[in-house]
Design a protein around this ligand. Sequence first.
Ligand SMILES: CC(=O)SCCNC(=O)CCNC(=O)[C@H](O)C(C)(C)COP(=O)(O)OP(=O)(O)OC[C@H]1O[C@@H](n2cnc3c(N)ncnc32)[C@H](O)[C@@H]1OP(=O)(O)O
Ligand SMILES: O=C([O-])CC(=O)C(=O)O
Length: 378
Amino acid sequence: MMVCEYQPGLEGIAAAQSSISNVDGQKGILEYRGIRIEELAEKSTFLETAYLLIWGQLPTSEELKEFEHEVRHHRRIKYRIRDMMKCFPESGHPMDALQASAAALGLFYSRRDLHNPIYIRDAVVRLLATIPTMVAAFQLMRKGNDPVRPRDDLDYSANFLYMLSEKEPDPLAARIFDVCLILHAEHTMNASTFSARVTASTLTDPYAVVASAVGTLGGPLHGGANEEVIQMLEEIGSIANVRPYLEDCLQRKAKIMGFGHRVYKVKDPRATILQDLAQQLFAKFGSDKYYDIAVEMERVVEEKLGHKGIYPNVDFYSGLVYAKLGIPTDLFTPIFAIARVTGWLAHWKEQLAENRIFRPTQVYNGLHEIAYTAIEER
Ligand SMILES: CC(=O)SCCNC(=O)CCNC(=O)[C@H](O)C(C)(C)COP(=O)(O)OP(=O)(O)OC[C@H]1O[C@@H](n2cnc3c(N)ncnc32)[C@H](O)[C@@H]1OP(=O)(O)O
Ligand SMILES: O=C([O-])CC(=O)C(=O)O
């Protein structure tokens, strides 16, 4: 056995062999199954990209039609899941609601038949189809309203936006939302995907795999940063306040949300695309003062931290797009999860194909041979 030195955060350690996606962090390149993210964002749809990531190649038109049909017809959630969600505290975070609801699916589909392609396909379809419905249902129920039934005549993204507002979305808004899902679908061995693979490696069910990954995605150093970015822009409040705010952060050694990345040392290519999507929305629906603050932040952060390779990541501009689409701030990370379930499922399948349980080692730095002290002597 090769013994490696301890590496905090496992930086630079390969945890798997994977053919799902690839990042070149120096050049700012992201590819899904070899296809550049820019090309997918321009030409693909979220479900087509999901098919590509999970099944390994672009679908034929027949395969895509069938996949879309299956997902469309599995969107409804069981009334018992809805009733369970009704009991969640309305002040609870939607990511916690989503984690609990994804795990609860495992109660209904407990048969674990990991060698059966039909079981795998069913789980993929069910998770892709029901996660948006669960996110929208919790959003309405926490406001005291009944969930909106999914509409079979609407495509994946339009239906999600419809379930949030009971209004058919503007076609540009729906397309931009779909592109956001493409951009967030997969990203190599990030923390939540690693979590998914570790969970998968125990041969548990896919609902537990997704629930563990949702829990990992929610933290502010990972997907949860998109929510914090909007709060930060609100706190900054004006372009004039950007420099003093950032100087104060740097002096306190506080992390600036939406900046920095373990792999990218240049601007995240997804941030560039999201910035462009935000501008498209502003051109149609009016501008947003927080966008100008964000652009000034990017400029000042580059001036101060560019030498360390700290640039906007995917979480920096996504919130501005979602806010313009009328989406509440605490749904930003659940929306990230709606997209990323694709990557988690692709990694689940890949892990199962060549599984070995994850069981790393540790460097023990505690004591040895300590005598037990009786409680009254402590
Ligand atoms: C979908 C995603 O998960 S994208 C990432 C979303 N997360 C965020 O936006 C939170 C803010 N960013 C960060 O906390 C980090 O950049 C992470 C977590 C993304 C990456 O972390 P790591 O690779 O472990 O980098 P680490 O935290 O060691 O930082 C390296 C150096 O850059 C600095 N740095 C990194 N990110 C930032 C930041 N956002 N603001 C200020 N300084 C930063 C660190 O202070 C450190 O400086 P030092 O070497 O002088 O001590
Ligand atoms: O790769 C990472 O560490 C984080 C990230 O950008 C993502 O998960 O999309």
